[in-house]
Design a protein around this ligand. Structure first.
Ligand code: ADP
Ligand code: MG
Length: 695
């Protein structure tokens, strides 16, 4: 692809600024631009004009349908495809796409998770066009990004809270900047770049495993002789077949204006990563949804199944999603850029301590935002951050803040050069601090990288939370600054006090170590190690107050989202348990018993011919013991499921958690031991070695 082709291709199917400027009347364009960039209110006058132009543009690209594309709480974007045909006259279709069709849709709200907000008889819900995220044409459909709300105005989606949180953050960050004398700034917005990890497996093998098809991850599988211990997959050479997949994925994403950039092999065999260039929070969320959807689709064209689950295989690394986050002004300044002399950059230090304070006060909300059933298997698995939220700042920044708080001098050391000992290599200037890959929330020079997020999750809630807790902390700072006579003195005092009160959440060491778990406990940092426990943060009074103050969720929405999370957990684990039992009853045990029969016959006939075949006799015993163990574990699981009672969702979720980590884990181990005894020609599904190494 030449430079020309790449430029032509990029955004070719996106109704972006270029298209709008070229095709819309000037006043309509300006109105839309101001809604998008300057926080101007929605103006219904533009809808009809935009709709007509958008339809014509989309039809030139081959679109025959449009969809109100929205992000319900299932995590997967949805929408129904409607043809532009609006009647027939003299045998000819009448085409129409009005401003109303663009702005408003009416999906049945009772068919999506609402956590009690919508009963079946109160079905009305609305999708409303989000003019801040550009529409695009994919296949023969025009996709219109929309927010999804109930008749009563409550948010039923991932997008609305992000938009609300961006408004809150913009308001409070502007107050702070203006209190510090900056009158020219118009808006402040969060930027997000998501790094997406995923696995590819061969589609034919995928189809032969019920667990992969139904649950998206394996529920059993004996460890292969080689996993990832040789570290030979990370950044390794990408196979031709996988490369072809990545190439097509890039081209599809580029056409939709998603700036897919960095791709490489990840640590586990069969695992990969794709990161796109950051953009405004709301658009980044849409980009990530598009990316996940296209990964699944394009994989199928290449004979792969794409696994976005957080832990598809036990014993090798799971997949996450790093949410890189920063704040910038409409002038393009990054408020987290330390500059050459961070110790004398008061505005930077103020925003920095605001983030630290926000994380310390709302660590439980951050943990909540990274909660999904699959992430329980990943967090703390010595490959991903633990469930305790802390911040990595790096020693130089800690020294600066300590010095400031304790009123002693700090010297910014000279930037050092990288000494390789080879004269021909470039002299690279070193970063201020080394990297810390183990930290859940790391300051990486001019942005924060939140690494807890699960690979399958929408990044909607994560960003609503980060924006919201930052907005609320800045609100407190703005109150103090606005009231102060001497702004710089007040700023200094805020930074000092905030740092002293919240530095306990900063930890620059190894977050995977047992010492940190103990230390975090001593520091009183919350450790919510599974989804059912983490979900409760949604109904903590302090968090409901935060969400109400920032207008991101009202108390009813907090409650409903809490219930949706519990329901999701309960249903997911229930399905996992039933899938496991079906696999055990209908393939694992039948195959093992048939194999036992054939080995028993071999032993018997060998004996009849005077050969005591020890190998066969011993295998018969081992097989029979292993099969019995599976049977016992199966009985335990069945009886524990039967004993579950109808009860309060939190208690039911806690019970399912106990089953998942007890009876289901035991059944899995028993199946894995049985798999080790059965010939792979007989075992009814592909094993880990085939799944992980055959690409
Ligand atoms: P890593 O070293 O963590 O693997 P990558 O280069 O793969 O880093 O990804 C870094 C991500 O951070 C990219 O999505 C990039 O666009 C994003 N990013 C870079 N600068 C910023 C910023 N100022 N704000 C938000 N995201 C950013
Ligand atoms: Mg990263």
């Amino acid at each position: 692809m030449s430079e020309f082709d790449l430029k032509e291709r990029f955004g070719s199917h996106l109704f972006d600024d270029r298209v709008m400027r070229a095709r819309l009347p000037e006043d309509v364009y300006e109105c839309l631009r101001a809604i998008r960039d300057d926080g101007r209110e929605w103006d219904p006058a533009v809808a009809d004009v935009v709709a007509e132009v958008m339809k014509n543009w989309a039809m030139e690209l081959g679109a025959t349908h449009y969809v109100h594309w929205f992000s319900p709480m299932t995590g997967v974007n949805s929408g129904k495809h409607e043809a532009f045909i609006d009647g027939v006259e003299f045998g000819q279709p009448l085409l129409s796409f009005s401003g109303k069709m663009l702005s408003k849709g009416e999906p049945d709200a009772s068919s999506f998770p609402s956590g009690g907000l919508r009963a079946t008889f109160e079905a009305r819900g609305y999708t409303t066009w989000d003019p801040t995220s550009p529409a695009f044409v994919l296949g023969t459909t025009l996709y219109i990004p929309t927010a999804f709300c109930a008749y009563t105005g409550e948010a039923l989606d991932q997008k609305t809270p992000v938009l609300r949180s961006m408004q809150a953050l913009n308001k409070q960050a502007l107050r702070v900047l203006r209190a510090l004398g900056d009158d020219s700034v118009i808006s402040v917005r969060p930027n997000v770049g998501a790094e997406q990890e995923y696995f590819l497996v061969d589609k034919e093998q995928f189809d032969r495993r019920l667990d992969l098809k139904v649950c998206g991850h394996t529920l059993m599988g004996a460890r292969p002789p080689k996993g990832q211990e040789m570290d030979d997959h990370y950044y390794g050479s990408i196979s031709e077949r996988v490369r072809a997949f990545m190439r097509e994925l890039d081209e599809e994403l580029w056409a939709l204006g998603v700036p897919a950039k960095t791709e490489h092999n990840e640590a586990a065999p069969g695992q990969y990563e794709l990161a796109s260039v950051f953009s405004s929070s709301n658009i980044a969320c849409d980009h990530n949804q598009i990316m996940m959807e296209l990964m699944r689709k394009v994989a199928l064209r290449h004979g792969f199944a794409c696994l976005l689950h957080e832990k598809p295989f036990a014993g090798v690394n799971g997949s996450g999603k790093h949410n890189n986050w920063s704040l910038s002004t409409d002038r393009g300044e990054n408020l987290f850029k330390p500059g050459k002399d961070p110790a004398n950059n008061p505005r930077f230090l103020l925003f920095l301590v605001a983030m630290i304070e926000a994380v310390d006060n709302y660590a439980d909300l951050l943990r909540l935002s990274a909660t999904c059933p699959g992430n329980d298997d990943r967090l703390g698995g010595n490959e991903a951050p633990p469930a305790v939220v802390s911040i990595f700042l790096g020693d130089p920044m800690v020294q600066i803040l300590d010095a400031l708080a304790e009123s002693h001098e700090v010297h910014n050391g000279e930037r050092r050069k990288l000494l390789t000992g080879v004269k021909s290599l470039p002299l690279v200037t070193l970063d201020d601090a080394d990297r810390n890959r183990t930290s859940p929330f790391a300051f990486t020079g001019n942005k924060f990288e939140f690494r807890m997020v699960g690979s399958s999750q929408s990044i909607g809630l994560v960003n609503a939370v980060i924006n919201g807790i930052m907005a609320d902390t800045l609100r407190g700072f703005a109150d103090q600054l606005e009231a102060a006579q001497d702004k710089m003195k007040a700023l200094h005092e805020i930074v000092r006090q905030s740092w002293l009160a919240h530095r306990r959440v900063v930890f620059n060491g190894n977050n995977y170590s047992a010492e940190w778990a103990a230390e975090a406990n001593r520091r009183g940092l919350p450790n919510l190690d599974h989804m059912a426990a983490a979900a409760r943060a949604f109904i903590e009074p302090k968090n409901i107050e935060l969400f109400t103050r920032t207008k991101i969720f009202n108390p009813g929405e907090c409650r409903s989202r809490y219930e949706i999370l519990l329901e999701q957990y309960i249903k997911t684990v229930h399905i996992e348990a039933l899938t496991m039992l079906e696999m055990v009853d209908r393939s694992v045990l039948p195959a093992a018993l048939e194999f036992l029969g054939s080995i028993s016959r071999s032993a018997y006939y060998a004996g009849k011919r005077g050969a005591e075949c020890r190998a066969a006799a011993r295998l018969v015993h081992r097989l029979s013991d292993a099969a019995d163990e599976v049977d016992t574990a199966r009985e335990r699981l069945v009886s524990e499921i039967r004993a579950l009672k109808e009860q309060d969702p939190q208690k039911l979720a806690d019970d399912w958690y106990a089953i998942r980590s007890g009876a289901m884990a035991a059944l899995r181990s028993a199946c894995d031991r049985l798999e080790e005894q059965v010939a792979d020609t007989v075992w009814p599904m592909p094993g880990y070695s085939e799944l992980l190494f055959d690409l």
